[in-house]
Ligand binder design. Structure first.
Ligand SMILES: Cc1cc2nc3c(=O)[nH]c(=O)nc-3n(C[C@H](O)[C@H](O)[C@H](O)COP(=O)(O)OP(=O)(O)OC[C@H]3O[C@@H](n4cnc5c(N)ncnc54)[C@H](O)[C@@H]3O)c2cc1C
Length: 490
């Protein structure tokens, strides 16, 4: 692999001597998207510069997916201990040590961190620069004492927690996803503003770890998902004592005597919710500030950098990927974007983003997973559709595990083309993968009955749902009878 070629250049504006680096690809941001581009480009022998101003691994490793899933796992253990009686084992109220939970969460981060480290990327042949990057013209980025000139740039600067303009918030201590995982004390009475996936995942985890939790949501909880299935998640949260208050608008907040008071309006009615801690989970803001986007001729707005379906910005040298490019904000989306940029920038292939094949999962218990079109979207696109459902309680493994809440809902076109799937229930995030494959490969529902599912597994739910297509399709009564029988016993 070739080395990057540093040259000494004239002193920079600061007066310090600057180094000019030339590269094939300069990546800004070492989070999920940036790391994937850098690793792949280096593997193909390209000269790569990767610039990171803060922590290697970005949000996912340090403040997002990894710590949240580690905390959810801790909460799951506590819940399993409390509910063990169903299995003939005396349930106990576990003693929870917030400091030890913190150490577990940070232990998981530390175990994964070497994969994203400067050492690993330097070993892959990537030149890693630890500084804030900023465009100074259409083809030059400055980072610390370095000037980087590259044939292609990739902006992968992610997003930060949105802090809404709530009156009083500037004088009230609050947590966000950037601080909540550093907490080492019990959050006795936690108020979370925002009932999206992040708000509800953290609500359930904290509740299971001993906090009393109230979630305040101006509109509907999990509003991006199908209410038929989100209902199952919300029922479970309510059963566990998480108070999710939908249609409740925060008007102002105040603090005093160790308490936080959130003043809310529910229609015409007013109320005050009191707690010990406040956590904001109202959305994400793309990181576009201080990047010199104007100098580079890159268009953006408050939703993110404007990109084409091929992830090109208004500057033809520059791509934008992941959270900063707007759209769905997930690690696997940032990785998917990275693959598209590699195909376009390195091999000039006409790769484009196809949002219809992107799955997502909310890691509450039960999990909520979706891919493709919802029932409403499918009806708009395809007109007449089939809706196929199968409940967890009809699955033998779910019965053995006492995880019978939930169901799958699949929508197909009249000709059996699979258009979308949503699952709420245990391991929905695993079960959805088969449907993600089916939709990405444009499969018909017939393919989903042409495989053998090992017994007893939750994945049998997928096959049972597929059988429903034939049980409800207008074929001969005899075929319907046979398929109906197989769906029940086959
Ligand atoms: C609590 C929480 C839980 C989540 N859980 C999941 C989950 O379970 N599954 C999932 O798929 N997604 C999850 N996400 C979303 C996921 O974390 C993001 O979608 C993902 O990290 C986006 O990757 P990215 O590469 O776009 O940005 P990031 O990972 O945020 O990386 C951007 C990097 O750019 C750096 N940077 C910014 N500006 C500059 C600059 N000017 N110069 C140099 N460096 C700069 C930042 O420091 C950062 O390291 C979660 C998010 C949160 C907040």
């Amino acid at each position: 692999m070739q080395e990057n070629s540093p040259q000494k250049a004239a002193p920079g504006a600061s007066g310090a001597e600057s180094e000019t680096i030339t590269a094939d690809i300069c990546v800004i941001g070492a989070g999920s998207g940036g790391l994937s581009v850098a690793a792949a480009a280096a593997a193909f022998g390209r000269k790569v510069v990767l610039i990171e101003r803060h922590k290697m691994g970005g949000d996912c490793l340090n403040y997002g997916c990894v710590p949240s899933k580690a905390m959810i796992a801790a909460g799951k253990r506590a819940h399993a201990m409390r509910t063990a009686a169903a299995f003939g084992i005396a349930g106990v109220d576990p003693e929870i040590n917030p400091r030890a939970v913190h150490d577990h969460v940070h232990g998981v981060i530390a175990a994964i961190a070497p994969n994203d480290s400067v050492e690993r990327f330097t070993g892959l042949g990537v030149r890693v620069v630890r500084a804030a990057a900023r465009f100074v013209d259409k083809a030059t980025v400055v980072a610390g004492e370095h000037r980087i000139k590259a044939r292609r740039f990739v902006i992968a600067t992610g997003s930060t927690p949105l802090v809404p303009p709530i009156p009083g918030l500037d004088s009230v201590p609050y947590l966000t996803n950037e601080t909540v995982f550093d907490n080492q004390e019990r959050l006795h009475d936690l108020i979370i503003i925002g009932a999206g996936p992040i708000g509800l995942e953290l609500a359930q985890a904290h509740s299971r770890l001993g906090s009393r939790v109230t979630v305040v949501e101006a509109a509907k909880a999990l509003s991006k998902d199908d209410p038929e299935l989100t209902k199952v998640v919300l029922e479970q949260l309510a059963a566990e004592g998480v108070n999710v208050r939908e249609g409740t608008k925060v008007e102002r907040v105040e603090a005093g005597l160790g308490r936080v008071r959130v003043h809310v309006a529910i229609g015409d009615k007013k109320d005050v919710i009191e707690g010990t801690h406040l956590l904001l989970a109202v959305g994400r803001k793309p990181t576009t500030a201080d990047l010199g986007l104007e100098a580079a001729g890159i268009r953006y707005d408050n939703k993110g950098i404007k990109v084409s379906a091929g992830l090109k910005t208004s500057n033809r040298r520059v791509f934008a990927i992941g959270d900063v490019a707007g759209g769905l904000q997930f690690t696997h989306v940032a990785n998917y974007h990275a693959g598209i940029v590699i195909r376009r920038a390195l091999f000039r292939l006409p790769a484009k983003v196809d949002t219809r094949i992107i799955p997502w999962v909310t890691f509450t218990d039960p999990e909520l997973a979706h891919v493709g079109l919802s029932e409403a979207e499918a009806t708009k696109v395809a007109g007449k559709i089939s809706v196929l459902r199968w409940p967890y309680h009809e699955n033998d493994r779910a019965q053995a595990e006492h995880e019978t809440a939930g169901h799958i809902k699949v929508v197909t076109a009249k000709n059996g083309q699979i258009l979308g799937a949503t699952i709420v229930g245990a391991q929905a995030g695993e079960l959805i993968q088969m449907w993600a494959l089916a939709i990405s490969q444009k499969m018909k529902i017939k393919a989903m009955i042409g495989w053998i599912s090992p017994y007893p597994t939750l994945s049998e739910i997928n096959k049972r749902a597929a059988y429903r297509y034939y049980a409800t399709a207008p074929s001969s009564p005899m075929v319907r009878k046979v398929i109906g029988f197989l769906a029940k016993f086959g």
